[in-house]
Design a protein around this ligand. Structure first.
Ligand SMILES: Cc1cc2nc3c(=O)[nH]c(=O)nc-3n(C[C@H](O)[C@H](O)[C@H](O)COP(=O)(O)O)c2cc1C
Length: 366
């Protein structure tokens, strides 16, 4: 039975253990998307903290794909030297690192605030704002941008590339029957809605080669009526694995529940375990489970049950980058993270972590 600190392979990528840091926007890029000294320090701490694989914060592949301020960019060759510093910082601690490449499509609060016109995958009846659809040529150009970003990732020395196919960003927008109601080659049937993903995978593979590890964070279902069903998500996972994806991190396709808050009684809720288990039955590539895992006991329970092959964490490693090492050294207390979401960006600023529990403890002791 595999346990958290057992090694694992994802495609050709050899990891010292089965714990990965899920992609995390950290607001540590500069206003052009370049890596700063603050970012290098953060990644050094993560690399030394004992995790097997670090996924960077999502890095935008083109200016119109930027989702948040102070987000890493992988949209020009000028970004490569800075990104190499992140790679070096993580490698120094003995961990591996993949970048996550993303295009946010129409879901960029940041660009909208700046008045940048954003195009939708498909026009929706009754939408509040005027909507312009992406043209065929624009879609082709975005796919090329994914491939160029992957080429930069290889040049920067990353060990792998992860595509961001979750949380209502562009890839998820193409796959969703709600946001993709096109009637051309990019939509109109299950197989046409899948085309964008499959083209991205094909063109990235052409650039990075067949052996370079390529993963996806995948919205395997949508928590909205009429959205992507788990059944279709599972079948899509199977097809992606057949067509060149080496590992699938399971999350949700829409934004709802992508960063679930804690249960009232602080219990450890692992929302996507059944989704990961369903995908796992359909594929032979490693499946990663993210969201809500806070204890070594739960992590090992998931691995031993065979519901997933790797455990992925975000917020616990914001609070405690050294959590994996702490567990390995025998302090088995669960993560200190209470999923209060104070680490979420507010106007580009990360608030103080743990504030919610402190307030609750103070009020309950009165
Ligand atoms: C501050 C913050 C930034 C995040 N940035 C990203 C990101 O860049 N890409 C991504 O796929 N998910 C991102 N997420 C979602 C996490 O990777 C993860 O899926 C989610 O937080 C659930 O895992 P957790 O319960 O271990 O935190 C972010 C979450 C937080 C709290």
């Amino acid at each position: 039975m595999p346990e958290l600190f057992d090694p694992v392979k994802v495609g050709s990528l050899e990891l010292k253990n089965r714990l990965m840091r899920s992609a995390t926007w950290d607001g540590a890029a500069d206003s052009d998307g370049a890596v700063t000294d603050e970012a290098v320090a953060l990644y050094r701490e993560l690399g030394e903290g004992g995790v097997g694989l670090v996924v960077t914060g999502h890095a935008f592949i083109s200016p119109l794909g930027q989702a948040t301020p102070l987000q890493y960019g992988i949209h020009t060759d000028h970004m490569i030297p800075g990104l190499s510093r992140l790679v070096e910082a993580v490698h120094r601690g003995g961990a591996k690192i993949t970048t996550q490449i993303t295009h946010c499509g129409v879901n960029s609060g940041y660009l909208r605030q700046q008045g940048t016109p954003l195009k939708v995958v498909s026009f929706r009846e009754g939408a509040e704002s005027p909507q312009e659809e992406l043209t065929d040529a624009e879609i082709e150009a975005i796919i090329d941008d994914f491939a160029s970003a992957a080429r930069r990732a290889v040049e920067a020395g990353f060990d792998a590339v992860q595509l961001h196919g979750a949380h209502a960003y562009l890839m998820a927008q193409f796959l969703s029957p709600l946001s993709n109601q096109r009637t051309d080659q990019w939509g109109g049937s299950n197989s046409k809605r899948r085309r964008f993903h499959l083209e991205v995978i094909k063109r990235v593979r052409q650039v990075v080669g067949n052996d370079f590890p390529l993963m996806i964070k995948f919205g395997a279902h949508e928590a909205r009526e009429g959205g992507l069903s788990l059944e279709e998500g599972v079948d899509m996972a199977r097809e992606m694995a057949e067509k060149g994806i080496d590992g699938i991190e399971i999350s949700v396709g829409d934004a709802r529940n992508s960063i679930p808050r804690l249960a009232e009684d602080d219990s450890e809720e692992v929302l996507f375990r059944d989704k990961a288990a369903a995908v796992k039955k359909a594929v032979t590539v490693p499946v990663m489970l993210v969201a809500g895992i806070r204890s070594l006991e739960m992590a090992n329970d998931v691995l031993e049950s065979g519901d997933a092959d790797l455990i992925s964490m975000c917020r616990p490693l914001i609070r405690e980058p050294g959590l994996p090492l702490r567990w390995q050294q025998g302090d088995l207390q669960p993560a200190k993270c209470i999923s209060c979401n104070k680490c979420m960006p507010r106007n580009g600023r990360v608030l103080e972590c743990g504030e919610e529990r402190r307030i609750r403890e103070e009020t309950s002791s009165v």
